[in-house]
Design a binder for this molecule. Structure first.
Ligand code: NAP
Length: 236
């Protein structure tokens, strides 16, 4: 069992690496904060491959992914967890564009590189961490919600591509509600512990589900916000 996690220096990606290592996986981990990657690798000798990666440099990121796959002798699973979200109530342009660079442009390069690799070997599991933010537009970070809607739809498109190719590739769209990691800066309600969210993600991945919403309580919230009339949504 070999997996690469893009964006494993903190939060959901790091916790996925830790839980997968505990289950006996060999993992490849990436991110810009190389010290954090090396510290995790040092605690698990022979089980972790490290790759420094900035997804806003997409050509270098694709080359880094290819190198990591080679060093690991091939992989079965690639998780795309890298992402940014910037609270932007002033509607400045820069935070929106930075979000698009990571969550849309960088994401697309890596999703396609992963997909082409799996198509080449005829099988694999691509796991995309989008968000329940994909379900509605919001005022606090408009580009974040829009980028997550893009990722969720992109996952759906890649899944259809894989099915029509007759390949044995699973594309899973993971939609977390609020999880207690750096990205939310403790500024949102109903924060769920990251270890609990990741346990539920790994369980859904084992079942090869198309879509996983975590944690369970957020499934109900997602259902409600998706159907909420606009006049109510605007009051939140
Ligand atoms: N926490 C939540 O409530 C929540 C809810 C729904 C969805 N999500 C999604 O879950 C994913 C993981 O976020 P998190 O909650 O675990 O937050 P986090 O702790 O801030 O993790 C973000 C990860 O993305 C990486 N990243 C950011 N910019 C990057 C870049 N330019 N190049 C490469 N890697 C980059 C970071 O690594 P470096 O900074 O070291 O590069 C880090 O590993 C994100 O896609 C996020 O949108 C989170």
């Amino acid at each position: 069992m070999r997996a690469i996690i893009i964006g494993a220096t903190s939060g959901i990606g790091e916790e996925m690496a830790r839980q997968m290592l505990a289950e006996g996986w060999h993992v490849g981990i990436t991110g810009r904060r190389i010290d954090r990657l090396e510290s995790l690798a040092g605690a698990h000798p022979g089980k972790v491959e490290v790759q420094r990666m900035d997804v806003t440099d997409p050509e270098a990121a694709e080359a880094g992914l290819a190198d990591l796959i080679t060093r690991m002798g091939g992989v079965d699973t690639i998780v795309l967890s890298s992402g940014v979200g910037k609270f932007n109530k002033a509607l400045d342009t820069l935070p929106e564009v930075e979000t698009i660079d990571v969550n849309v442009i960088g994401f697309t390069h890596l999703a396609l590189a992963a997909m082409r690799y799996f198509l080449g070997q005829g099988a694999g599991h691509l796991v995309i961490i989008s968000s329940i933010a994909s379900r509605r537009g919001d005022r606090a970070a408009p580009a974040y919600n829009a980028s997550k809607a893009y990722q969720a739809r992109y996952a759906e498109g890649l899944r259809k591509y894989a099915v029509r190719k007759g390949s044995n590739i699973t594309v899973t769209d993971v939609q977390p509600g609020y999880v207690d990691t750096a990205i939310v800066q403790g500024k949102v309600p109903w924060l769920q512990p990251v270890d609990k969210a990741v346990r539920q993600i790994l369980s859904g991945m084992k079942a090869r589900r198309s879509r996983i919403v975590v944690t369970r309580r957020w499934r109900y919230v997602a259902w409600v916000i998706e159907r909420m009339p606009e006049r109510l949504w605007h009051r939140l």
